[in-house]
Design a protein around this ligand. Structure first.
Ligand code: HEC
Length: 159
C-alpha cells in the first residue's frame, strides 16, 4: 500500500514536471490545438515533372554527356541536381501521385536508385560512373512511361 502510494506520487510528480516543461516550451503558453500531421502532396505527376523531374534530369544529362563538370563547383552542382532527381522519385511515390502499390512504386524506386548512383558518381568526380548512372536514369524514365504514360507504346513509335 505504502509502496504504491510512493509510486503514484513519483509518477504524479513526473507528469507535473513534464507538463511544466511543455508549457514553458510553448510560445505564450497557448493551449495545444490539434494539428494536421504527415505529408501532403500538392503537385500532380505532370507538375512534378515540370518543376522538378525535367529540369533536374536535364541538368544531370548535360553534366554527363555534353558538358562534363570541369571543376569542384560544377561537380557539386551536378550532385545537387542528381539528389533533387532522386528525391523526386520519392515524391512520385507519395499520396495521390502513386498510381498503384506495385509497379509504379518499383519504377519510382528505380529512379531513386539510378539518380542516387549519379549523385555518388558526382561526389567522386567520376565521369564514367556518371555516364553509367545516366543510362540507368533513362531506363527508369522509359520503363515507367511505357505503361503509365504511353499505354504500352514504345518511345518514338507513331501515335
Ligand atoms: C514512376 C513513373 C515515372 C517516372 C519514373 C518518370 N515519369 Fe515522366 N511521366 C510519367 C507520367 C505518368 C507522365 C504523364 C503525366 C500526365 O500528363 O499526367 C509523365 C510525363 C512525362 C513528360 C511529359 C510531360 C511534361 O512534363 O511535359 C516528360 C517530358 C517526362 N515524363 C520525362 C521524364 C523523365 C526525363 C524521367 C526520368 C528522369 C521521367 N519522366 C520519369 C511517369 C513517370
Amino acid at each position: 500500500m505504502r509502496r504504491s502510494l510512493t509510486c503514484s506520487l513519483v509518477a504524479g510528480m513526473a507528469i507535473a514536471v513534464t507538463s511544466a516543461a511543455f508549457a514553458q516550451g510553448r510560445p505564450e503558453n497557448r493551449p495545444l490545438r490539434p494539428q494536421a500531421t504527415g505529408v501532403r502532396a500538392l503537385a500532380n505527376v505532370r507538375e512534378l515533372h515540370d518543376i522538378l523531374i525535367s529540369p533536374a534530369s536535364d541538368a544531370v544529362f548535360d553534366a554527363s554527356a555534353a558538358n562534363p563538370p570541369g571543376d569542384d563547383k560544377a561537380w557539386a552542382a551536378a550532385r545537387a541536381q542528381a539528389l533533387l532527381l532522386a528525391e523526386s522519385g520519392n515524391l512520385l511515390m507519395l499520396g495521390t501521385r502513386a498510381r498503384d502499390n506495385g509497379a509504379w512504386m518499383n519504377m519510382s524506386r528505380a529512379l531513386v536508385e539510378a539518380a542516387a548512383l549519379a549523385a555518388t558518381a558526382a561526389q567522386n568526380k567520376d565521369a564514367k560512373g556518371l555516364e553509367t548512372a545516366t543510362d540507368a536514369i533513362t531506363v527508369a524514365c522509359m520503363e515507367c512511361h511505357r505503361p503509365y504514360r504511353d499505354q504500352g507504346r514504345q518511345m518514338g513509335a507513331p501515335k
